[in-house]
Design a protein around this ligand. Sequence first.
Ligand SMILES: Cc1ncc(C[n+]2csc(CCOP(=O)(O)OP(=O)(O)O)c2C)c(N)n1
Ligand SMILES: [Mg+2]
Length: 326
Amino acid sequence: MKYSESELLKFYEQLVRGRKYEEKIITLLGQGKLQGFFHLGIGQEASQVGVVNALGPNDYLVPTHRFHPGLVNKLDLKKLTAELLGRRSGYNKGHAFTFHISSKAERILPVNGMLGAGIPNAVGYAWALKMDKKDSVVVCVLGDGAAAEGNVHEGMNIAANLNVPIVFYIENNGWAVSNPFNEQTKIKNLSERASAYGMTGITVDGNDVIKVKETLEDAIAKARKGQPSIVEAKVSRWRGHFEGDPGFYRNPEELETAYKEDCIKRMKNTLLEQGISEKKFEEIDEKVHQEIEEAFNYAEKEPFPTAEEILNYDNVYATNLGGDLL
Ligand SMILES: Cc1ncc(C[n+]2csc(CCOP(=O)(O)OP(=O)(O)O)c2C)c(N)n1
Ligand SMILES: [Mg+2]
């Protein structure tokens, strides 16, 4: 086995952190203790954990509105939770939520709430890195629905033409709100689009954290040499489009099949085969549970920004991020 037991256990822990963090959000929303428009990534943890593990120390990530399982494994849990709860001590002083969150220190570039509109921005960041002769790559995440936006075509075309150090990572969860994938496009894999831009494209099983990590590492290495590409991960969205969407448009059988592919069960089985005891999983689950409880307990007690701070534009534009983005 290429990965040591401790590395596999780390992946397991990260998958569990992603799942439990969002389960906590569901609980708090149900109790009326949390407000906000949450798009959960439950079912997509392996894909997102694979992404954060593939990034090199100087690489950048543009996440999406559904990227909490990735972010909880990349950012400080307390500061992230404070941001999601709109508190002053959050990453962007409580202004950004998941739709616009960013962190210069952790090289998270802002998400864009306008679907697809962030893709040319991401290409611009990567082009700036190239012009500054930095050895960094941008991994730009987008969904299958976003992939149909005109902006995405423009961004991909420019990236390929200018040999920009970027990887377009498409998390294809089969749905854009209530619009199923087979009604979004005539093609089977969105990676097929790469050839139209003169890039390479590959589709991977997004429930396989190691496969995602290794495929993306290869794509990042190519991007570093000026060869952008598309990596598409096939995943499943277990929840509604947002919390509160009952998902009546879905066939229950689709979800039954998806649950059988649960990435956490898969990683656990791999570890069980290696002789890891049930007790070890319980310890990890408990440790992660405690971390999450601490993060929410901390954030709940933090002060909200004042009305004056909310209306202060310095807190909305680049100065809030500590100056330049890159
Ligand atoms: C330009 C634009 N159109 C519509 C929306 C509303 N909207 C938000 S998410 C979404 C679907 C996104 O689907 P996909 O890209 O597959 O991501 P997923 O939500 O499945 O992760 C839509 C239509 C938007 N934010 N921006
Ligand atoms: Mg989708």
